[in-house]
Design a protein around this ligand. Structure first.
Ligand SMILES: Nc1ncnc2c1ncn2[C@@H]1O[C@H](COP(=O)(O)OP(=O)(O)OP(=O)(O)O)[C@@H](O)[C@H]1O
Length: 885
């Protein structure tokens, strides 16, 4: 086993467990815009992309940013220098690198990766060759670089495969029946393509030849978009193995490779016009590109989703280059043509997404010579054991052919096993994916259920709203019908009004003429009234003067009457007062003389008189208690009685003798009392006369009746007291008849004089009352005459008004017949047509509310069903109008 074979078997991909940790970096993405081709120039196709800067490109819709943008005039070398050249040194350092061209068909992928026929420019240096693409340049560049290195030993190997209709083909295989190329995941997780030829090359020329050979074998076809359209994806791989000696003198083997991928162009089937086989090719191309796009999308999103590398062989082959340990660069090729705008936009979006993919480029492990010897020693040992077993017959000896057959069977079994394992792995992964998908779907289902429930609620609400809206719609129909009827009615009313207005204008003219006549007549009458009013006012003023005179004269007379009455009242009061005083004085004097005589005549009956005197004293004290007016008199009597006590004592003896006389006197006193009583009656009679004579307020002016009655009452009391005393005296002392008669005569005298005086006073008063009556009668006559005069004056004024003014006023002349109001045909219900909406809505609800909830509710409104509003409704309308105001 040579070194290269060893490497191929053990180190073609860096083993996962032997990789050194490295930093991640984004995939490099550049855009190359091809120039307009001849055809496009002829058709004067417009360019729809513009390179704004080295890193920005602008389409008519969007601006994109990339690691670099190559304009249409960019050279092949420009692309190579920026994209591939840096990778060559990486490859030589032990990195795996990948460059792939992606883009719409005919945009220059093959031109960029391969370029012109490299064998034709064999004598041209790759740097100066204008046509050479990235692959021949990389080949030449690698050899240049290796030549510059102090490599002890190196090996450059090339493989070239194509992926056509999901089938891997070896483009460098010269066998007529090539072995099938199967993809394996080796024990280290890397992709291994079984039976793929790797041809060792020693110069760039070797590579050019192989490239040319392989390119010839590649599936191409002429399409509408490209005369030499590649119908397959190709991967051209240059692997470099370098043996070098370390500082410690140790031999190490390092390896790096570069994959140069030229993808088949994505294409619109309709645009391409592909049919049958070509359509099948295109579908496969598009499917694999779609998977590549999905892988890029998932890797760019970085959401730890499963990356579907296994969905296509293209992505399986490129697995390590996308999100793996490879340094990767994508060259997106686009056409500037406006006819390809959609594809260009799609390619740019695709490329833009790919910028987010992050790889972790890792240097392949260098293998030491010792390790290699050790591993190879193990191998030799195994083979030795097999040989020994064969020689000694302890093992199994098998014929060479059989052995090869067994080996091939083992290999095919291993292959099948591997396939099965792959299938199992795939199924496990798919199972995991399905479980994940199931969980996701359950969550989605729950979410959908929630959404459904919400939607159900929304639908319920919508239904409710719909029913409401239906009712509203019907309500609107009802209202609009109503308004239509109302509009018709209004039109009719308007016509009626128009006719009425015509009639009114005629009537107005008649009324106008009447008014003018009326105005003229009123003006004339006003003038007449003014003239007559002057004479009437004079008459009224003379009447007023007369009334004033009468009022004055009657006032004077009334004052005289009043004064006379006042005088009469005052003189009467004075007379009564004087009479009172004289009566009291006389009574007092009479009593004093009577006491004196009694005292003198009762000397002999002193003991008995003591008793009588005590009684008299008690009586006098009683009299003083009953009347305040007699207090002073009582005190005098008492004091006199005291002074008389001594005298009485002296006279006591003589009293016995005079007893008979006293009895007589008592009898006389009784008579006196009778007379006094009759006088009192006379006074009462007198008072009655006075009372009956009160006319025209005289009652107020005559001395108060109550006062006289009081006095009379006092007199009665005193008279009774005196009578009582006399009785007592008569009974106890047997008063002498002489004394009594003397007393009687004295008292009669006093009484007579009093009565006379009273009679004269009464006569005077009667006379005065008669005078007053006469004056009142004359006054009444005067008032009557005054009333008569006033009534005469009033009649005069009345006559003047009736005859003088009214007879002078001109009667209003007729200006024509006043039109009858009945003739006017005015509309009676003008308010009906302007019925407010609120009222209509209320009426609608009242009429149809029981049916509104019913689904089958159908509003069938005929114009007949709309009745004019009753008074209540008018009231409502007015209320609603007011509220709306
Ligand atoms: N940058 C460029 N400068 C000059 N000519 C170019 C450029 N890019 C492409 N072309 C020309 O355009 C034509 C189509 O190019 P190419 O075959 O490389 O496209 P493609 O993308 O590989 O197409 P497909 O996907 O169909 O294979 C070729 O004739 C090529 O020479």
């Amino acid at each position: 086993m040579n070194i290269v074979k060893y490497w191929r078997q053990n180190m073609s991909q860096p083993p996962a467990n032997k990789k050194r940790p490295s930093s991640t970096q984004n995939i490099k993405v550049v855009v190359r815009v091809r120039p307009l081709n001849k055809e496009e120039i002829e058709k004067k196709v417009k360019s729809v992309v513009s390179c704004v800067s080295l890193k920005e490109i602008l389409t008519k819709e969007k601006k994109y940013q990339f690691d670099r943008v190559f304009q249409p005039d960019s050279s092949q070398m420009d692309i190579y220098s920026y994209v591939v050249a840096p990778m060559i040194s990486d490859v030589l350092e032990g990195y795996n690198c990948t460059v792939f061209a992606y883009g719409q068909t005919g945009t220059g992928k093959t031109h960029t990766m391969t370029g012109g026929d490299p064998t034709l420019s064999a004598n041209v240096h790759w740097r100066t060759d204008d046509l050479a693409g990235c692959i021949p340049r990389a080949a030449a560049n690698i050899f240049d670089e290796i030549g510059l290195m102090d490599a002890v030993d190196y090996n450059v190997r090339v493989s070239f495969l194509e992926l056509y209709n999901e089938e891997v083909r070896d483009l460098l295989c010269e066998e007529e029946r090539p072995s099938p190329l199967n993809l394996f995941n080796d024990s280290k997780g890397s992709i291994y393509i079984q039976n793929l030829n790797e041809i060792t090359v020693f110069s760039s020329q070797d590579i050019y030849i192989l490239l040319q050979k392989g390119t010839h074998k590649r599936q191409t076809a002429s399409t509408l978009m490209n005369n030499h359209s590649s119908r397959s994806h190709t991967v051209f791989t240059i692997t470099v193995h370098i043996r070098e000696v370390t500082m410690t003198g140790e031999d190490v083997l390092k390896s790096g490779k570069i994959n140069l991928v030229d993808l088949a162009g994505s294409e619109n089937i309709a645009k391409s016009g592909a049919k049958d086989k070509r359509a099948q090719e295109l579908a496969n191309i598009n499917r694999s590109l779609l998977t590549l796009g999905r892988v890029i999308q998932i890797l760019a999103e970085k959401n730890n989703k499963h990356v579907p590398y296994r969905d296509s062989k293209l992505t399986r082959i490129l697995q390590d280059s996308l999100g793996g340990h490879t340094k990767t660069c994508i060259i997106a090729t686009i056409s500037p043509s406006s006819s390809s705008f959609e594809e260009t936009q799609s390619t740019l979006d695709y490329a833009c997404r790919a910028r987010d993919i992050r790889n972790t480029p890792t240097v392949n492990e260098k293998v030491t010579k010792q390790q290699m010897i050790k591993d190879m020693g193990h191998e030799i040992e195994k083979l030795k054991k097999d040989l020994e077993a064969a020689r000694t017959g302890t093992g199994v000896y098998i014929d060479k052919e059989n052995w090869e057959q067994i080996n091939s069977d083992i290999q095919s079994t291993a292959y099948t096993l591997n396939l099965k394992n792959e299938v199992i792995d795939d199924m496990k992964k798919k199972l995991a994916e399905l479980e994940q998908l199931r969980d996701t779907k359950i969550k989605e289902f729950d979410q959908i259920m929630n959404v459904c429930m919400k939607k159900d609620k929304i639908i319920e609400k919508a239904k409710h709203l719909l029913s409401k809206m239906t009712v509203n719609l019907k309500q609107e129909e009802y209202i609009s019908n109503y308004y239509a009827v109302a509009a018709n009615e209004t039109t009719l009313k308007a016509k009626e009004l128009f006719e009425t207005t015509k009639k009114l204008s005629v009537n107005q003219e008649i009324l106008q003429r009447k008014l003018e006549n009326q105005y003229y007549t009123n003006y004339t009458n006003e003038k007449i009234v003014k003239e007559k009013s002057v004479g009437l006012s004079q008459t009224i003023s003379s009447a007023a003067e007369k009334v004033e005179d009468l009022r004055n004269s009657s006032g004077l007379r009334l004052n005289n009457v009043r004064m006379n009455l006042d005088f009469l009242a005052s003189t009467q009061a004075d007379a009564v007062e004087a009479k009172k005083l004289s009566f009291e004085t006389q009574t007092k004097t009479a009593l004093e003389s009577m006491v004196k005589r009694v005292t003198c005549r009762s000397e002999f009956n002193i003991g008995k008189i003591d008793n009588v005197l005590g009684l008299v004293e008690n009586n006098v004290q009683d009299c003083s208690n009953t009347s305040s007016e007699f207090e002073s008199y009582d005190r005098n009597v008492t004091s006199k009685m005291k002074s008389f006590t001594d005298v009485i004592a002296v006279l006591y003896s003589g009293l016995q003798q005079q007893r008979q006389e006293e009895i007589q006197q008592l009898q006389d006193l009784e008579k006196f009392s009778d007379i006094t009583r009759s006088r009192i009656k006379q006074v009462e009679h007198f008072l009655g006369v006075i009372e009956s004579s009160n006319v025209l307020g005289m009652e107020q002016k005559v001395p108060e009746k109550t006062v006289i009655e009081q006095k009379l009452c006092d007199m009665k009391n005193r008279s009774e007291t005196t009578t009582h005393e006399l009785c007592t005296l008569r009974n106890s002392l047997k008063l002498e008849p002489e004394i009594c008669s003397q007393y009687e005569s004295e008292i009669i005298e006093v009484e007579n004089s009093d009565i006379k005086m009273l009679e004269t006073q009464v006569g005077t008063m009667t006379t005065k009352i008669d005078d007053t009556r006469q004056e009142i009668a004359s006054l009444e006559e005067e008032i009557e005459s005054y009333t008569t005069q006033v009534s005469v004056l009033a009649r005069e004024v009345d006559n003047a008004l009736k005859h003088d003014i009214v007879s002078s006023i001109i009667p209003v002349q007729r200006g024509g017949d006043t039109p009858k109001q009945n003739n006017l045909n005015l509309p009676k219900r003008m308010g009906e047509t302007t019925l407010p909406r609120d009222v209509l809505v209320k009426r609608f609800k009242d009429e149809f509310s029981p049916n509104i909830e019913n689904e089958s509710f159908h509003l069938n409104i005929s114009t007949d069903s709309i009745q004019p509003l009753e008074d209540d409704s008018n009231e409502e309308s007015r209320e609603s109008l007011e509220s709306s105001k």
